[in-house]
Design a binder for this molecule. Structure first.
Ligand code: AMP
Length: 280
């Protein structure tokens, strides 16, 4: 795997890579790679001949009170894992100046109303930061394919909207959520939890599964959401939201909705925020 740490090295590497035929697939990450991330690389390799992953903890998507400086950084292990997956190139910028323009003039992308909903309500400005950096990475790499995980459901929908208006030739792939045996969705933030908290955290997925069952048994949506919130709280998981939406994240009012639906939730356990969802 070729490791590039500057914009200049990246440019040269991409120039050489462009001589190889086939599609280039991009897998953007913040590092601390787990099997969820690696499943994205596997999917990318199935759909392309060249793969490039990025590891960049993007300061724009963290608020002042959030975990930017504590976010786990495990570069050596990450490189080993990417090499095992036979990823062709890694772009792991030495600092943010290798991502954003020298002029300091960042092209800010506005995530609109949806960016202020759900996770955006709890993390103001988060999705503007995500879209701004993803757009910049697309500008730098110009991939044919980009792969994101369904775990970050709202993020993936917002990126799809941005791609529709700015990158008509870019194909987006969404990879399914990878979970631990307990059902807990893999996440770098699981590292913040103790053994006991990890056990409690697996109840987030249980609450989503139970809600799908209740929906199919025609229990009213208000009742389902109320039950889920009580269940979460009884397990020390404090819900920021628990909602039923359609696949474009519009609200669903009753059980007669036809089409793909998704239960989504964000909970806090001892200062750590976890998100999960089930599409059905
Ligand atoms: P992150 O490093 O957390 O920014 O995640 C990078 C990419 O990996 C995003 O597209 C995430 O949606 C995806 N991802 C993270 N966790 C999982 C998981 N458990 N299963 C599938 N994809 C995931």
């Amino acid at each position: 795997m070729i490791i590039t740490r500057t914009k200049k090295e990246l440019k040269e590497t991409l120039k050489n890579l462009s001589k190889k035929p086939g599609k280039l697939a991009l897998i953007p990450t913040m590092g601390n790679l787990h099997d969820g991330h690696l499943s994205l690389i596997k999917l990318a390799k199935l759909k392309s001949t060249k793969t490039i992953s990025t590891i960049f903890v993007n300061p724009l998507q963290f608020a002042k009170n959030e975990d930017f400086s504590d976010y786990p950084r495990t570069h050596e292990l990450d490189i080993e894992k990417l090499e095992q997956e036979q990823c062709d190139v890694l772009f792991m910028p030495i600092n943010k100046d290798e991502v954003f323009p020298d002029t300091g003039k960042i092209k800010n992308i506005d995530s609109g109303m949806l960016g202020k909903d759900l996770c955006g309500k709890i993390r103001p400005g988060h999705f503007n930061g995500v879209l701004t950096v993803v757009n910049r990475i697309f500008e730098l790499i110009n991939p044919d394919i980009a792969v994101f995980g369904a775990k970050d459901y709202q993020q993936q929908i917002l990126i799809r909207k941005m791609v529709k208006s700015l990158y008509s030739n870019l194909e987006l792939l969404t990879a399914p959520i990878i979970r631990s045996q307990s059902g807990l969705a893999l996440s770098s933030r699981n590292n913040y939890l103790s053994k006991d908290e990890l056990l409690l955290a697996s109840n987030l997925f249980k609450s989503l599964q139970r809600s799908v069952e209740s929906y199919n048994n025609k229990i009213s949506i208000d009742q389902i959401i109320n039950d889920a919130q009580e269940f979460l709280k009884s397990n020390n998981l404090f819900p920021d939201y628990f909602e039923l939406r359609d696949s474009q994240l519009k609200k669903i009012a009753n059980n007669s909705f036809i089409g793909k639906r998704v239960f989504l939730s964000s909970v806090t356990i001892n200062k750590t925020r976890l998100i999960d969802n089930i599409e059905f």
